[in-house]
Design a protein around this ligand. Structure first.
Ligand SMILES: Cc1ncc(COP(=O)(O)O)c(C=O)c1O
Length: 393
């Protein structure tokens, strides 16, 4: 099935549900077993069906089937947030004494987890230049358990050479298996296929584009093979990180329109990026789908589309001028969680969250999420903002 057909049909079985189009939302903790034999059989293989609320229900499995099938993975595990997905995935593949390599462009709270909880449990994190490519081989140690990529980085939008990183890291890790984890939230399972590029575990903040309406927290981990899936599933069950049924349902509902929404987010994002690039106040636009992005060739090679999140750097201006611009936007509002139908704008400071590389842009960096509004209205809002910025500079 082509992706759009998969999105319309995955995880649905109306015949098993009185002809109703969508699967029911199962609210469940206890699952009853008719006999001792049935109880024992399911306890021996708890992942082979419905066993206990925390292990998932048909609602959970429907969502997981939709996400995993779209991405081309073996199976998925759903979690109560994107952060729960990435922390569970990291815990699943590491143990005390291990070393993990994490891109310096990583989402800030991922770094926060590595530098606190992972460290507390005896796992050392080393950050690497997102543009390291095959050079990752030089950083592999005998105890390196995982390489973590996020492409593009969700603040600074470096596109990573994921296939080069994955194959060089694996070749250098001679004595033990090495997991390649990817935060694929920006591209969603539609625009980047992690398993065709050497990734073993794909992580999604489904809170963003998959849910798509800014009204639920949800995460998903998709695994390349059965062994990895079992490792991740067992970890999620042991940690107790199970997502709530209503939020899972919103994730599944979001999947139905993911492709049409992303086409619009992507087109509007690129139109805004091009418009911003022509503004005198803007030093540079950082959008992987623009030919002037330093990693544009990699994006063209590996991605089949762009979502609506990108950044632009202003020429140096006082902080008060940025505030004058952003405080009174009518349509672009300030908030962290992107991927919904509404446009967002956010001042960011990547210099503060880097350790392996330096962020040397002289002017302020602004992150934009292109929503589903009319693009001309969005441009008008930005133009008014630039007028306020000019007046306050
Ligand atoms: C790239 C990326 N990964 C993970 C997360 C965490 O997702 P959640 O907010 O669902 O915990 C976010 C949230 O902003 C994100 O931007």
């Amino acid at each position: 099935m082509k992706p759009d057909t998969h999105l319309a049909h995955a995880g649905r079985d109306p015949a098993a549900n009185q002809g109703i189009v969508n699967p029911p939302v199962y609210h469940a903790s206890t699952v009853l077993f008719p006999t001792v034999a049935a109880l024992e059989e399911r306890t021996r293989a708890p992942f082979d069906g419905v066993y206990y609320g925390r292990y998932g229900t048909p609602t959970t499995f429907a969502f997981e089937e939709a996400v995993s099938g779209l991405e081309g993975g073996f199976k998925a595990v759903s979690l109560p947030s994107g952060q729960a997905a990435l922390t569970t995935a990291l815990m699943a593949v590491t143990q005390a004494g291990d070393h993990v390599l994490v891109t310096d462009s990583v989402y800030g709270p991922t770094r926060g987890f590595c530098d606190s909880v992972l460290r507390q449990f005896g796992v050392e994190t080393e950050y690497y230049d997102p543009r390291v490519g095959a050079g990752i081989a030089a950083l592999i140690r005998p105890n390196t358990a995982a390489v973590y990529v996020e492409s593009p980085g969700s603040l600074t939008f470096e596109v990573q050479d994921v296939p080069a990183i994955a194959s060089a890291a694996r070749a250098a890790a001679v004595n033990r298996p090495l997991a390649v984890l990817m935060d694929n939230t920006w591209a969603t399972p539609l625009f980047f296929k992690p398993f065709a590029h050497g990734v073993t575990i794909s992580i999604h903040a489904a809170t963003k584009y998959i849910v798509g309406h800014s009204d639920a927290m949800l995460g998903a981990i998709v695994c390349a093979n059965e062994e990895t899936w079992l490792q991740v599933k067992r970890t999620a069950v042991r940690l107790g990180t199970c997502a709530g049924p209503d939020d899972i349902y919103l994730g599944l509902r979001g999947m139905r329109t993911l492709s049409v929404r992303l086409a619009r987010h992507g087109a509007t994002g690129l139109a805004l990026a091009d418009w911003l690039a022509a503004r005198p106040e803007v030093a540079r636009v950082i959008h992987p789908a623009r030919p002037d992005h330093p990693d544009h060739a990699l994006w063209r090679r590996d991605f089949s589309g762009a979502s609506g999140l990108f950044a632009f750097a202003l020429k140096p201006v006082p902080k008060a001028a940025v505030a004058a611009m952003l405080d009174q936007m009518r349509l672009f509002r300030m908030g962290y969680s992107w991927g919904g139908f509404e446009s967002l704008i956010l001042p960011t400071d990547p210099a503060k969250v880097r350790t392996a590389t330096r962020w040397e842009e002289p002017g302020p960096l602004i992150r934009v999420h292109a929503g589903l509004e009319d693009v001309d209205d969005l441009k008008a809002d930005l133009a008014d903002g630039f007028a306020r910025l000019q007046a306050a500079s």
